[in-house]
Design a binder for this molecule. Structure first.
Ligand SMILES: NC(=O)N[C@@H](O)C(=O)O
Ligand code: NI
Length: 165
């Protein structure tokens, strides 16, 4: 019997220990382009560490998943942050875990509002990209460079992520 995780809404404060929420909330930081564009400025802490590190932009086209979702493993990137920016106005599932002496602690599952993106801080345990609708098209800003930037952890007993309030 898998252990249950209830999803919760993604908010800046709730996600703060794990990363940044990228969204157009409130007034723009500045108005640009002859007054025709609001710039929501510098919303995420990008972190690219290690040899020959640089930021890269990739596109992910991922199969959608459905809830209840069986969480069998999480991963982390010790050398860099990873941002997921949906190319559609669709919610997606974000799973993160605190670190517990080098292993993932109890997972938390967030469902984004349409249009929200996230930036995972470096070395944060997370589930892989999990769209909830097709097309699961995302732009991804993460670290390109030398060295091993992927650590995976498979749970002995999976979790079952179910829709919360
Ligand atoms: N492996 C890869 O590029 N993607 C994962 O890091 C992920 O978090 O989806
Ligand atoms: Ni990742």
């Amino acid at each position: 019997m898998a252990r249950g995780i209830l999803t919760e809404p993604l908010t800046r404060d709730a996600f703060a220990p794990f990363g940044d929420v990228i969204e157009t909330s409130g007034d723009p930081t500045m108005i640009i382009n002859q007054g025709k564009c609001g710039r929501y400025h510098d919303l995420a802490a990008l972190d690219m560490a290690g040899a020959n590190a640089r930021a890269g932009i990739s596109l992910f086209l991922s199969e959608k998943r459905t809830l209840p979702y069986l969480l069998e493993m999480v991963e982390r990137h010790p050398l860099g942050s990873q941002a997921f920016l949906p190319m559609t106005q669709a919610a997606f599932l974000v799973i993160v875990c605190p670190d517990d002496n080098g292993k993932p602690g109890h997972p938390r599952a967030f469902i984004t509002e349409p249009g929200q993106g996230i930036n995972l801080h470096r070395n944060i345990w997370h589930g892989v990209l999990t769209p909830l609708s097709d097309p699961g098209l995302f732009s991804v800003v993460d670290r390109i460079g030398d060295g091993d930037n992927l650590e995976e952890f498979r749970f002995e007993e999976p979790y079952e992520v179910v829709r919360g309030s």
